[in-house]
Ligand binder design. Structure first.
Ligand SMILES: [Zn+2]
Length: 671
């Protein structure tokens, strides 16, 4: 019998036939699919015809149907509905896939043909999109080291291998430090802690084999402990352990590893012809240069620091009222901020939840997409990978646009968090293909299922990514939908969150599960106020980390990263009662892999843009202004990576993003 992962899917909208796929099909299908893809690549690389855009670049753009089908299905179920067999397959597949794709980048014959097309680009009469795809393909190979020869090539392979090893060690050391530390609590020490913290501390004690509750360095325990424990001594002890992760000396110390990683990254960038690693890394981003990143971060920094300084005075006064003299310390901040939050914005989550029914929030997200972009959603009855999944056909003016799948409920087989993925991306080459897009969340089941405010935001966020896929309108798959720069990809998702806060949307869809009444205005104001609470602190701890990350990579690699970190914090005037959100020895975003190295700024960059982009609606006719919606689709949601993101944003907004809307939104300046 033929493998159902490899055959052409004769199903509605060619959705994967999940009910006829078994776990035993994956390994043989992947083997065949990789062979098919390698054959495709080798045919391109070894062709005897003169290299042309069609026989090199378009040939590379032609999807390998087998491989896309296998990976699309496998990664969907491995993330959202795993089991031991699928986990084992994942461990088996990841090195195979890494080797497969790095062999393509290292294929000298293939690169020679890409370079030949690149060198003739001026004479080729290509469309803008074709020029962009050619540039991205060529640049991707060059950045991967394809143009290196001889010793440089050998050294590059050594560096890549060593960096992978160091990244893994960094992560493992951090985990070891987080797991080995705990602090025993007496029954007396539990006083003042809310029931959920007590429960977590008791469970952690049992897990450690103790007959008392303990505090560990798990974020879900240490953070609420620092927020709620009235014992200053215990807070200090726990805080210091938290802050020292990765810097405790001995075998798990990450400081020397960080220094070696920075040195190797610099060498890698220089082998490729860049001055330093930040220049290499930022070339592909919207920001493009370290100067642009630093400029934006510093504009935010000044406002955030002055807000944090004011907040520190309020908190110090509260501490002194408790009879403690002296300076507010880092182990005091969360505790007094929590007391202040309770006094100023006490939000009763239990009273809020009945207003946020999952089904009504899904309706709300669809209704916004309908008003803004004319999309319609009709339930679709197709077999999916789990009975909790739901599907809709998305149309506009009767035309099929996409299939949207929602998999909303938490279960043991699903990894944590929320995400949007595409089982198929939009493209028109070599034939028209409509996207199949999935949102996966981890909401609690219930009848009816009720969400927290954060959950509702997550739903809108992931749906924003889904819109970026569903409205995509490009020719080539490699630049379709969310295939954009890292510091641009969160714009559609974070922007869409703003529609959840639009009063008329909540008025219509945030209705009480039992009474059907809309959410009272007072509750709405509390929700929005609470979301912005303590933003001075949060912005300062984040921006300080982002500036240190940038300083590490923008210039010669520091021999002593800890000294460089101290220098940067001194320069920016870090408030004494706040520390970096991630200090160097446990800055996993930056040192576990290259993912967010000199890229930690990108969360803030996206937030600046989403605030600024939503302000464009407000400045025009309001949240549903038709012209703005049209411009948003035309310049951002439909264009994928076909145009440089700074150009796209400028086309939408008439200028590059400014920080004012973010500062107002975070309450860091007066409205
Ligand atoms: Zn996102």
């Amino acid at each position: 019998m033929s493998n159902p992962l490899l055959s052409r899917w004769d199903t509605p909208f060619e959705i994967a036939p999940f009910n006829s796929i078994s776990d035993d099909d994956f390994a043989p299908a992947l083997k065949q699919a990789l062979a098919a893809h390698s054959a495709q690549i080798n045919a391109i690389a070894n062709s005897s015809e003169l290299p042309t855009f069609a026989n090199v670049i378009e040939a590379l753009e032609t999807p390998c149907r087998e491989l896309e089908q296998v990976l699309g299905v496998f990664f969907t179920v491995a993330g959202a509905d795993s089991n031991p067999k699928r986990e084992e397959l994942q461990r088996e597949f990841s090195p195979k896939l890494a080797a497969h794709f790095s062999a393509i980048t290292a294929n000298k014959a293939l690169f020679a043909r890409i370079k030949a097309v690149w060198d003739q680009r001026a004479e080729l009469d290509l469309t803008d999109e074709q020029q962009r795809v050619l540039m991205l393909t060529h640049r991707g190979f060059v950045r991967g080291g394809a143009a290196l020869e001889g010793d440089a090539d050998v050294r590059m392979q050594e560096i890549k291998g060593r960096l992978a090893t160091l990244g893994t060690q960094f992560t493992q050391n951090l985990l070891a430090d987080e797991r080995s530390w705990f602090m025993e609590l007496s029954e007396e020490d539990l006083e003042g802690l809310p029931a959920f913290v007590v429960k977590t501390a008791r469970a952690a004690g049992e897990e450690q084999g103790k007959d008392c509750p303990v505090v560990t360095l798990s974020r879900s325990l240490i953070t609420p402990f620092l927020q709620f424990s009235p014992s200053r001594d215990l807070r200090k002890k726990a805080f210091n352990a938290w802050a020292a992760r990765g810097a405790n000396g001995g075998e798990t110390d990450n400081r020397a590893i960080a220094a070696e990683i920075l040195k190797l990254r610099e060498e890698r960038a220089q082998l490729l012809g860049y001055d330093n690693f930040a220049a290499y890394k930022l070339e592909t981003e919207m920001a493009k240069t370290p100067e642009a990143v630093r400029g934006l971060l510093m504009e935010v920094w000044d406002a955030a620091k002055s807000r944090a300084d004011q907040d520190a005075q309020v908190l110090t006064a509260m501490m002194q009222a408790d009879g403690i003299n002296g300076d507010l310390a880092p182990w005091d901040w969360r505790y007094y901020a929590e007391k202040r939050r309770k006094a100023e914005h006490d939000l009763d989550e239990a009273a809020l939840k009945p207003y946020l029914q999952l089904d009504r929030m899904i309706e709300a997200s669809f209704a916004c997409a309908s008003r803004l972009f004319g999309l319609e959603f009709a339930p679709l009855d197709v077999p999916l990978y789990h009975p909790d999944c739901r599907a809709w056909e998305v149309t506009r003016d009767g035309q099929h646009m996409a299939v949207f799948i929602g998999d909303y409920f938490a279960r043991g087989s699903k990894r944590s968090g929320a995400w949007c993925s595409a089982m198929r991306q939009q493209a028109e080459f070599p034939e028209v293909q409509a996207p199949v897009v999935i949102n996966v969340c981890n909401f609690a089941k219930g009848d009816p299922a009720l969400l927290s405010w954060d959950d509702a935001r997550t739903l809108f966020h992931e749906f924003g990514h889904a819109l970026h896929q569903m409205l995509s309108n490009v020719t080539y798959e490699s630049i379709s939908g969310t295939s954009v720069a890292r510091d641009f990809v969160e714009l559609p998702s974070q922007l869409f969150e703003h529609w959840l806060e639009v009063p008329e949307v909540l008025q219509e869809f945030a209705t009480h599960a039992e009474t059907g009444e809309p959410m009272p205005q007072e509750m709405l104001e509390k929700v929005l106020g609470a979301a912005n609470f303590d933003m001075g602190f949060q912005t300062v701890e984040y921006v300080a980390s982002a500036l240190v990350d940038l300083a590490f990579h923008d210039g010669p690699a520091p021999a002593d990263p800890m000294a460089r970190q101290a220098e940067v914090l001194e320069e920016i005037g870090m408030p004494r009662a706040i520390i970096m959100r991630h200090a160097t020895p446990h800055f996993a975003h930056v040192f576990s892999s290259d993912g967010y190295s000199s890229g930690y700024y990108s969360y803030m960059w996206s937030e600046v843009m989403d605030a600024d982009a939503f302000a464009a609606f407000e400045e025009a006719g309001g949240a549903f202004d038709a012209e703005r919606a049209k411009a948003l689709e035309e310049h951002i949601l439909s264009t994928g990576g076909s145009v440089d993101p700074a150009e796209l944003y400028t086309a939408f907004r008439g200028r590059l993003p400014g920080v004012e809307a973010l500062l107002k939104g975070r309450g860091l300046v007066a409205e």
